[in-house]
Design a protein around this ligand. Structure first.
Ligand code: SF4
Length: 118
């Protein structure tokens, strides 16, 4: 088999494409467990983080400034927010949030981006 045939043979290209996909899947499957999808091991979001501050994030929903955020309702908290990456309904502990990439938020926290899970 000549080199030019190897470069143009459709079955060879299909094989290489399949092998590349399989190799990618293997790499994804071997990701360390510490890189949890829920993000609970990420640094905790600080209330003084500029984005957090602009959205009124508090680590405990009881501290929400109700005058500044009148849409807040008792029971609203990260654990029941659609952006929370932890277990739906999670009552305590930290997990990632789609709004604050690279940080974890308290399941008992809240911010103005709160959007209840349906
Ligand atoms: S977007 Fe939702 S999960 Fe993220 S900090 Fe705000 S209330 Fe919590």
């Amino acid at each position: 088999m000549s080199d030019s045939k190897n470069r143009t043979d459709p079955s060879r290209r299909a094989f290489l494409a399949t092998a590349a996909v399989a190799a990618s899947a293997a790499v994804v499957g071997l990701r360390p467990r510490t890189a949890s999808a829920a993000g609970e091991k990420l640094p905790h979001l600080s209330e003084s983080d500029p984005l957090a501050k602009s959205l009124g994030y508090v680590a405990h929903a009881a501290k929400v400034d109700r005058a500044k955020y009148p849409t807040f309702k008792p029971g609203d908290r990260c654990g029941v927010c659609r952006f929370f990456l932890g277990t739906p309904g999670q009552k305590s502990g930290y997990a990632g949030c789609q709004i604050y990439a690279g940080y974890s938020v308290n399941a008992d926290g809240w911010c103005a981006s709160f959007n209840a899970r349906s």
